[in-house]
Design a protein around this ligand. Structure first.
Ligand code: NAD
Ligand code: ZN
Length: 376
């Protein structure tokens, strides 16, 4: 078993540790007690039935019977990341007598993490919570950084709060039950982290592809810890996304457009980001920000963690959809471009025409690379 890696996130409003490695679940109770510094706490664990079915025994056995967490359920799926779910959970907490001694435990992927974090931010005007992410995406991305929230009919993550967890326990054992497509999609966020800020992580993803895809715990622990380090480093400098944090959106402008164009149902988030990243690479290449060799190296790594599914959308449709996702600064769109492996910059002058050309090139690649697959 590889040793546990600990990454400290020190942001303006909170400092906490993110623990990564195998076997963390077994010592969960002791770790939570240490976190509570001997003060009594009541654990309320929020999860989905499908996840709990796989991991309940392991989690329960970490706690003495009298301190076993009260478990609250949310059905699996993005469609339950809504205010109604948060309200129902708050009612259940109140009914169970949860007060300020409550410690919420988010045990699931990004959906459970975002819901639980938001619930913790507003229940009794704020109670502490801990993230125990069970998907790779949640381990490398959503459990870290304090963004919490839910969706509205009008769009994703439109209601929320900044509320950091007290700690994050990312147990790599949990990934054993994750479908391979979910693992690969999550790894796209690690590739993103490598491209924008960590050439060594990028190389690790290139060189240990087989081990990583097979779920080797040593390789995965290294990848996850390095990815978290990138996010924690960026968030520490720019908690509220006024500047630097924007680089974490590499691949996401067109990625979000692809998700919207396909009704959030055909592709996993990481798969949409992967195609969006390839389009962003085309923009960088046509501006001579990266060489053809660098373009190929980055695109090849993205494609290696596939296969990426094909989708139906036109370049124009995608560019039109980016309007809804514009991260604007005085009306200007922020767009993230790599300048080499391990470094990226934010530009504000990417035009619709540039994005159209890049989206078109990406769509041609997609058709060429997936031509033997039946389009759904
Ligand atoms: N807060 C942030 O900073 C942030 C960042 C990125 C993404 N997000 C959010 O994260 C969400 C996506 O998260 P996700 O990709 O983890 O999806 P998810 O939470 O929907 O999980 C994916 C699926 O895997 C199942 N699952 C989870 N863990 C499992 C395990 N160990 N074994 C088997 N099945 C398991 C889940 O029940 C679900 O069906 C989105 O809502 C997105 O907005 C938030
Ligand atoms: Zn993402």
């Amino acid at each position: 078993m590889p040793p546990i890696k600990i990454i400290r996130l020190a942001a303006a409003s909170a400092t906490y540790d993110i623990h990564v490695g195998g076997g963390l679940l077994g010592s969960l109770h002791a770790r939570l007690q240490r976190l509570a510094r001997g003060k009594p706490y009541r654990p309320f664990l929020i999860t989905s039935p499908n996840i709990w079915k796989l991991w309940a025994e392991e989690v329960r056995s970490s706690f003495p019977e009298a301190q076993s967490p009260t478990v609250l359920f949310v059905p699996a799926g993005e469609k339950y990341k809504r205010m109604a779910t948060v309200e129902a959970l708050a009612e259940q907490l109140a009914e169970a007598g949860a007060d300020r001694d409550a410690l919420l435990l988010a045990f699931g992927g990004g959906v459970i993490g975002d819901i639980t974090g938001f619930l913790a931010a507003i229940y009794m005007r704020g109670v502490p919570y801990v993230q125990i992410p069970t998907t790779l995406l949640a381990q490398v991305d959503s459990s870290v950084g304090g963004k919490t929230g839910v969706n509205l009919a009008a769009g994703k993550n439109l209601v929320g709060a900044f509320h950091h967890p007290r700690a994050v326990f990312a147990d790599t054992d949990l990934l054993r039950t994750l479908p391979p497509a979910e693992l690969n999609a999550g790894l796209q966020e690690s590739i993103k982290a490598g491209i924008i800020r960590d050439a060594k992580l990028f190389r690790l993803l290139e060189q240990q592809q087989e081990e990583i895809r097979a779920g080797d715990p040593v390789a995965l622990t290294r990848v996850i810890a390095a990815s978290i380090q990138v996010k924690a480093g960026v968030v520490a400098q720019d908690e509220r996304e006024s500047s630097l944090r924007m680089i974490l959106n590499f691949g996401h402008t067109l990625g979000h457009a692809i998700e919207a164009a396909t009704g959030y149902s055909k592709l996993l988030h990481g798969e949409a980001v992967a195609w969006g990243s390839i389009a962003a690479l085309y923009v960088a290449f046509s501006r001579n920000r990266i060489t053809g060799k660098e373009f190929a190296r980055m695109a090849n790594l993205i494609l290696a963690y596939g296969p990426l599914p094909r989708f139906r959308a036109s370049a124009q449709q995608l560019v039109d959809l980016t309007a809804a996702d514009k991260k604007t600064r005085s009306g200007r769109r922020a767009f993230i471009l790599p300048t080499c492996v391990g470094h990226a910059e934010v530009v504000f002058d990417a035009t619709d025409a540039e994005l159209l050309q890049a989206a078109d090139a990406m769509l041609s690649d997609m058709k060429r690379l997936t031509k033997h697959k039946v389009a759904s």
